[in-house]
Design a binder for this molecule. Structure first.
Ligand code: BJW
Length: 221
C-alpha cells in the first residue's frame, strides 16, 4: 500500500472565503502579524488578538466545505494516508475527513496558557474569560503563533520518513517547519506533487497549478 502524506495550507479554503495570508488582499496585508500572531503581541494587546480570531471564527462557522475538502475527506478513509493541515479551520472535518493533524492548532478550540486545559471555543473569546478548569483569566485561541512549536511534530516526521508520495496543497511554503516537509519527503525518496494556484518555487516532481476546487478532486480521482 502506498503511504501518502498530504500537507494543506490556506489555499485549500480560499474559495470558501476564509482568506489566505500572503496573497494580494491576504490577512498579512491588512493585519500586522507581529501584533496578532505572536505570543508577544497577545501579551501586549489580548483584546486585539481575540478580536482578530473571533472574526475569523465567525467567518469559518459561516463557511461550508468545498469540493477539495470533500475529495480529501474521501481519501482520508483509506489506509496509508496522513492528512496534515496548517489551517486552523474545521472544513476538512465538516466534509467528513478523519484524523486530520492540525499542526497550527484549531480555531474551534480554546487553550488555557496557565494550566494547558483545552475546551470548545465560544463564538466570542475575551481577555476576561476564565479557564473552566483552573479559573484563571488565561484563555487564548488554541493556535500556533510565530515562535511557538507546531503541534504533533513527532507524528508528522514519522509519516514523512515513511512516505512514498508527498502532496502539498495551497501553501506558499514560506513558514517553517512545514516549508521543509517537501525536502524531508524527497530525502526519503518520495515522489512530490504540488497543487496550488501559484507554484511556490520549491522543487517538486510534479506541479499542477490551478484552484484547489479543480486540482484536488482531479488528483484524488
Ligand atoms: C490557492 C488558492 C486556491 C490561493 N487554490 N491554492 C528564519 C528562517 C527559517 C525559519 C524561521 C526564520 N525566522 C523565524 C522562523 C520560524 C518561523 C518561520 O517559519 N518564519 C518564516 C516566516 C520565515 N516559524 C515558526 O515560528 C514556527 N515555529 C517554529 O519554527 O518552531 C521551532 C520548532 C519547529 C519544529 C520543531 C521544533 C521547534 C511556528 C509557525 C506558526 C505559523 N502560524 C500561522 C498562524 C496560525 C494561526 C492563524 O491561522 O492565525 O500559521 S502564520 C500563517 O502562515 C498560518 C499558516 O498556517 C502559515 C502558512 O501559510 P499558508 O497556508 O502557506 O498561506 P499563504 O497565504 O502563505 O499561501 C497560500 C497559498 O495558497 C499561496 O501559495 C496561493 O498561491 C495558494 N492559493 N488561492 C489553491 N483557490
Amino acid at each position: 500500500m502506498e503511504r501518502v502524506v498530504i500537507l494543506s495550507g490556506a489555499g485549500l479554503s480560499a474559495e470558501q472565503g476564509l482568506g489566505t495570508f500572503r496573497d494580494k488582499d491576504g490577512l498579512w496585508t491588512r493585519y500586522d502579524l507581529e501584533e496578532v500572531a505572536t505570543p508577544q503581541g497577545f501579551a501586549r494587546n489580548p483584546a486585539l488578538v481575540h478580536g482578530f480570531y473571533n472574526a475569523r471564527r465567525a467567518n469559518m462557522r459561516g463557511a461550508v466545505p468545498g469540493d477539495a475538502h470533500r475529495a480529501l475527506a474521501r481519501l482520508s478513509t483509506h489506509g496509508g494516508v496522513t492528512l496534515v493541515t496548517q489551517n486552523v479551520d474545521d472544513l476538512l472535518e465538516r466534509a467528513g475527513a478523519r484524523n486530520v493533524i492540525h499542526m497550527h492548532g484549531e480555531l474551534s478550540q480554546a487553550l488555557c496558557h496557565a494550566c494547558g486545559h483545552r475546551w470548545q471555543a465560544p463564538d466570542e473569546m475575551s481577555p476576561e474569560d476564565l479557564c473552566p478548569a483552573c479559573a484563571k483569566p488565561a484563555t487564548r485561541p488554541d493556535v500556533v503563533w510565530f515562535g511557538e512549536i507546531p503541534y504533533h511534530m513527532d507524528r508528522i516526521e514519522d509519516a514523512l520518513a515513511a512516505a512514498d508520495l508527498f502532496v502539498s496543497i495551497g501553501t506558499s511554503g514560506t513558514v517553517y517547519p512545514a516549508a521543509g516537509f517537501v525536502d524531508m519527503a524527497r530525502h526519503v525518496g518520495a515522489r512530490t506533487v504540488e497543487l496550488t494556484l501559484e507554484p511556490s518555487g520549491a522543487i517538486f516532481d510534479d506541479v499542477r497549478p490551478g484552484p484547489a476546487s479543480e486540482t484536488v478532486p482531479a488528483w484524488v480521482e
